[in-house]
Write a protein that binds this ligand. Sequence first.
Ligand code: DC
Length: 207
Amino acid sequence: MIVAIDGPAGAGKGTLAKALAERLGYPHMDTGALYRATAFAVLRAGNDPEDPVVAEAAARALDLTILDSVDLRSAEVGAAASKVAALPAVRAALLDLQRRFARRPPGAVLDGRDVGTVVVPDAEVKLFVTASARIRAHRRHKELLARGETSIYQRVLAEIEARDARDAGRADAPMRKADDAVEIDTSDLSPDQVLERALVAIDRART
Ligand code: DC
């Protein structure tokens, strides 16, 4: 069984994906980390994340050992990730890796923006996890402060709105809810309540 979780930044996809993977005993892939790692490599080399040639080369040479690094979680890398993710050559370079991960038995949980629409459109379970931009900005702001980064709420909100617009507005694999995805709005839900709803959706898909 493949569980595809999509949605905007800060909606709680990652938290849900990890909890589901643990519950199901499946491996989890945070596909955003692939775009973040690509952006990180481009920035570290002093290059422009909107340059398709250098960004594609970085995606093809991706160092998979850095996917869990905290260096990938900064706002700067997130913004650059959204830029490299708009480049079709970068998306094509990362597609096979995601599909191979998804197809390995017994199953997998992947979260991102286009998992249910492009990466594995035949996934048995598709969830679209969302929350209002203000709530997502508030969560991200608290996260950044907790990590010791300086953060200004209004700026985080503006960045989230810009990222949503770029992720949903790009021509190639834009973020959108798949027609057959179950939507979970996490604005007023605890992580446990989100997990409960996801488990109900999985049960329905299995029967
Ligand atoms: O989920 P995240 O914030 O780590 O994702 C970083 C960026 O990567 C995000 O702005 C959009 C992009 N992304 C994508 O285009 N497709 C995916 N499947 C996952 C992430």
